[in-house]
Design a protein around this ligand. Structure first.
Ligand SMILES: Nc1ncnc2c1ncn2[C@@H]1O[C@H](COP(=O)(O)OP(=O)(O)OP(=O)(O)O)[C@@H](O)[C@H]1O
Length: 419
């Protein structure tokens, strides 16, 4: 997947900068062709994150969606094992990797398939990992996808951060088990998403209860209801739970998860179907990415946004970005689909009142704010609603700012107001 500078070789002094720009452009072009991007993460290892990512990908593909499954668990990739995928990749005429086609509409990429020796340990530092993850987006022939599911290693390290930075509109699916120790770590994942401005699609509780194969009675192996309670407490949507099923272990070990999900109609498959339906519903329209309580409160007032359209709000005074977010004259609302600006409107905010603007902008269907300065409390209120905030943007015409943001050339300084 080596990438070369189109402007020349090492003699080109700007070679690295050109190559970086080319790669950013490629990432951008690829991402425009992908509808929904989901980052499957967990606070703790072994809670079944990869199994959930694989199960979800299969179930979505089974419903006719075009799905990409990207395994960026660089140190412990398990997707190929779970799915029984072997061999190496082909390269197309544009030197892009062709993902492994597990089914006609489910395509898989994992670092494991690039290693000459499957038992080799990957020893990379953060910047190298970041580069590889970007290449997995830029230099893989993903084509048009409805969903890209990214399986990350457990925790809040380099990989989820790189995904958050590389895929601006990614949403997180956080997986946990009901044990207190897993729930403690999942709270860290939720806080990570809030800090990294990754909206959370919802929480999945895996291995909820063992369904006894003899009497059908549910045995709560790791406690009961902890995932739902944590979701409620952290104001995150609860997507559903999956039971503990020994066939998941067997299928994972044998590489037959595809067959298990496609053919079974027991309690695991039923729960996975319900989870998939919930994910689909939450992914469309995007304005639905709101915390449960807030959604309940505001459901009647909200502006319904078209699927795949992101509405970006910029506070302005005299037609340019205004550094005083809470005291701006107007908000310019710019609707973006992929990398195209589609519409621009202006709205006058209500008189300043602490905490009012995040809710008011949410009512207007806003999914992102580009601001100069903003207080920490307001940032927190936006994040609670799954609205991404970019601060430290320069004073400029709002449309220019959005265009530069879409091109990846918007440079932001410090938040000029962080009280
Ligand atoms: N619902 C389930 N019922 C029974 N076993 C499960 C279930 N989900 C996952 N498992 C099993 O638990 C083990 C860990 O699952 P998996 O590899 O998906 O977890 P992970 O969170 O991705 O782990 P890692 O820490 O390696 O990233 C596997 O043996 C898998 O088959």
């Amino acid at each position: 997947m080596a990438h070369s500078c189109q402007h020349g070789d090492s003699a080109c002094s700007g070679g690295k900068a050109h190559a970086d720009k080319d790669e950013d452009r490629l990432v951008h072009e690829q991402l425009r062709r992908i509808g929904h991007k989901l980052l499957v993460m967990s606070g703790k290892g072994g809670v079944g994150k990869s199994s959930v990512a694989a199960g979800l990908a299969i179930a979505l593909a089974q419903r006719g969606f075009r799905v990409g499954l990207l395994d960026v668990d660089l140190h412990g990739p398990s997707i190929p094992k779970i799915l029984g995928v072997q061999g190496s990749f082909h390269v197309d005429d544009q030197k892009r990797l062709v993902p492994h086609a597990l089914t006609e509409n489910l395509h898989v990429v994992s670092i494991q398939l690039l290693l000459d020796n499957p038992d080799a340990a990957v020893i990379w530092r953060g910047p190298v990992k970041h580069g590889v993850i970007k290449q997995f987006i830029a230099e893989v022939h993903w084509g048009d996808l409805d969903y890209l599911i990214v399986d990350c290693p457990p925790g809040t390290g380099d990989e989820p951060l790189s995904i958050a930075q590389t895929i601006p509109d990614v949403h997180a699916v956080v997986v946990t088990t009901p044990q207190e120790i897993a729930l403690q770590d999942v709270r860290k994942s939720i806080n990570f998403c809030r800090r990294a401005h990754v909206p959370i699609l919802g929480l999945v509780e895996n291995m909820s209860a063992l369904v006894c194969p003899h009497c059908g009675k549910e045995v709560p192996l790791f406690g009961a209801g902890g995932g739902r309670k944590t979701a409620e407490r952290m104001h995150v949507h609860f997507l559903g739970n999956l039971p503990f099923d020994l066939r998941v272990v067997e299928a994972g070990d044998a590489g037959t998860t595809l067959g298990l999900v496609q053919s079974e109609n027991g309690s695991y498959a039923n729960a996975l179907n319900a989870l998939t339906a919930e994910v689909i519903q939450r992914c469309s329209p995007p304005a639905d990415f709101q915390d449960q309580e807030i959604r309940r409160e505001e459901s009647e007032e909200k502006t319904a946004m078209e699927p795949n359209v992101l509405r970006i709000a910029v506070p302005t005074a005299e037609g340019r970005l205004c550094n005083h977010f809470g005291h701006c004259e107007k908000f310019v609302l710019i609707d973006v689909r992929g990398s195209e600006i589609q519409n621009r409107t202006e709205v006058t905010p209500p008189p300043h009142e602490p905490g009012l603007l995040p809710r008011w902008l949410a009512d207007h269907g806003v999914g992102m704010v580009i601001a100069g300065g903003m207080g920490r409390r307001a940032i927190g209120l936006f994040e609670e609603r799954g609205i991404r905030v970019l601060t430290g943007a320069p004073t400029d015409d709002p449309q220019n700012l959005v265009r530069r943001y879409l091109e990846g050339t918007l440079e932001c300084g410090a938040n000029v107001c962080d009280h």
